[in-house]
Ligand binder design. Sequence first.
Ligand code: NAP
Length: 302
Amino acid sequence: MLPFSRVTIVGLGLIGSSIARGVKQHMPSVRVTGHDADPGVRETAVRIGLCDDVADTPGAAVIDADLVILCVPVGAMGDAAAAIGADLPADAILSDVGSCKESVIEAVGAALPRAVFVPAHPVAGTENSGPEAGFASLFRKRWCIVTPPEGTDPLAIERVSEFWRRLGAEVELMAPAHHDRVLAITSHLPHLIAYTIVGTASDLEEVTRSEVIKYSAGGFRDFTRIAASDPTMWRDVFLANREGVLEMLQRFSEDLSALQRAIRWGKGDELFDLFTRTRAVRRSIIEQGQDDAAPDFGRSHD
Ligand code: NAP
């Protein structure tokens, strides 16, 4: 049996529109209603037939839903929750897809203290945003981390987990605080590093911007994909997971200093050992099906 029959998606960007497409593909009998604060996004959603219905107000979008998923930037979760408060059916389950969990649980809990809230984070995405960037297979074979606060109804947790399994994801339960530490190192810090490298390179004066672009195949361009990610989303992530990011940044800075010392003193063995370990990490990611085995990210060399 399907876990839900009337799903409302608030925020029709990359993630919201991918969920809408995934529901159409994998649960075609489920009615999907969408809402976005941006009238231009609502217009696009109607034009491309993203949902069965696109509502102009948050209240109208949720009025008969049995699952409501907030797919807005983490800094907007509290406002988005407050805006549906008066119309959210008492028996509906509320969920979200935010990249940080503790701050979202706090903001949604403050706005809607009586709602049954099952937070979730699909660990899948691209550097693109907006309703036309989404696709149904985005979550296939990717992890969706469900982070219910203590005391959440187990049936509600199972229904949300089953919803994600039907979209093709593998589900793992995790405590919200642990989620934020894990994602600080696996996602948030890599984005911060990519933003830094790309920013530093574009600020260099003795190497021209055109040279940075011309010779980017040396490695730089792989950072630019991550550094092209949505500015609003990532500003909110760093502010929301401040503690986790600062802790991992401290560890990273210490390791970077050690590497700097090894280079200065010509300690080739230290460099070689580290690079051997990091190569093994890449191989594990491929073995576990979290990336393609094709070299150079599958780029064509014809
Ligand atoms: P996105 O493509 O920028 O879409 C977000 C949409 O929400 C935008 O159309 C935005 O409109 C709208 N919005 C903002 N505030 C709103 C509000 N109060 N009510 C209704 N709509 C509102 O972003 P996304 O990449 O889908 O990210 C959405 C969420 O998913 C974020 O919490 C993010 O942390 C999480 N997430 C993202 C990824 C990823 O790789 N992108 C992966 C996993 C999870 P405006 O543009 O007009 O503000």
